[in-house]
Design a protein around this ligand. Structure first.
Ligand code: BTN
Length: 260
């Protein structure tokens, strides 16, 4: 399938959530590659049912995917974050890292988040980037660890240019993800690992009633996080929340896992 990424493009002033609108478009039969952008979201969705604060100035967008052969959701999550990090770097001229699984960080602050939501044969990739958002306008609970590209780069970000680059980069990484070639999977893992901000950090991960604590050692071929526990055994984590990584200051310290 040769999707035209960002085509058709639905531009909205205000909506509850671009992921919600994209799911309606999917139900209406729009093709893979269709996208929704909103100026403001009133009920932006974050991972694990959290609210994603979406004032004017951010890039709030969703892309409609119709995966056929591939179901490696963990790697899709990583691929989406690599595409987002590349778009941010190219547009804002900053260095972007990724905190497992798909938070994009600049200078240790979260500037972008990704929410993948799946329904029958459809995945909505929701991407939120704090482009020209003023961090002072964000809720106090996240202000200390969220970043704004405008504030961090010292320049106003063109949302047009950012989206253009994002759709181009996303198309590239999605095509690799869709391929069943082993080399494509390796490319995704390598590109993600080159930006890994979690490696070497102490993490404490809640999976339902279970907890895994230790030092992050990168991801495996599926995109699961490898954690060396105090008993020296390595455990892999494919779902859960990192509840208290010392790298974070303030807020409730929770980071959601972004798999479908
Ligand atoms: C996260 O919790 O880090 C994921 C945040 C994803 C936010 C984006 S903004 C565009 C799209 N629409 C939504 O409602 N959420 C995603």
């Amino acid at each position: 399938m040769n999707a035209r990424w960002g085509r058709p493009l639905v531009r909205l002033g205000v909506c509850a959530s671009t992921n919600e609108v994209a799911s309606w478009l999917a139900a209406a039969g729009l093709p893979e590659g269709a996208a929704v952008i909103a100026h403001i979201q009133t009920r932006g969705r974050g991972r694990h049912g959290r609210i994603w604060s979406s004032p004017a100035g951010g890039l709030w967008c969703s892309l409609l995917l119709r995966p056929t052969a591939q179901t490696a959701w963990g790697r899709l999550s990583l691929a989406a974050s690599v595409a987002t990090a590349e778009a941010i770097e190219q547009t804002a001229n900053v260095r972007a890292a990724i905190r497992w699984p798909n938070d994009v960080l600049v200078e240790g602050r979260k500037v972008a988040g990704i929410l993948l939501e799946a329904a029958a044969h459809v995945v909505i990739a929701g991407i939120g980037i704090n482009a020209n958002v003023a961090t002072a306008d964000l809720p106090p609970v996240i202000r200390g660890r969220a970043g704004s590209l405008h504030e961090l780069s010292g320049r106003a970000i063109s949302l047009e240019a950012l989206f253009e680059t994002l759709r181009e980069r996303f198309g590239r990484w999605y095509a690799l993800w869709s391929s069943t070639a082993d080399a494509a999977a390796v490319d995704i893992i390598e590109a993600w690992s080159a930006r890994d901000a979690t490696r070497g950090q102490h993490v404490d991960i809640q999976i339902g009633s279970q907890r895994v604590e230790g030092i992050a050692e990168g991801v495996d071929a599926t995109g699961a996080l490898r954690v060396r526990a105090p008993d020296r055994l390595v455990r892999t984590v494919t779902a859960g929340d990192i509840v208290s990584p010392p790298v974070l200051a303030g807020g409730d310290g929770r980071i959601g896992y972004g798999d479908v």
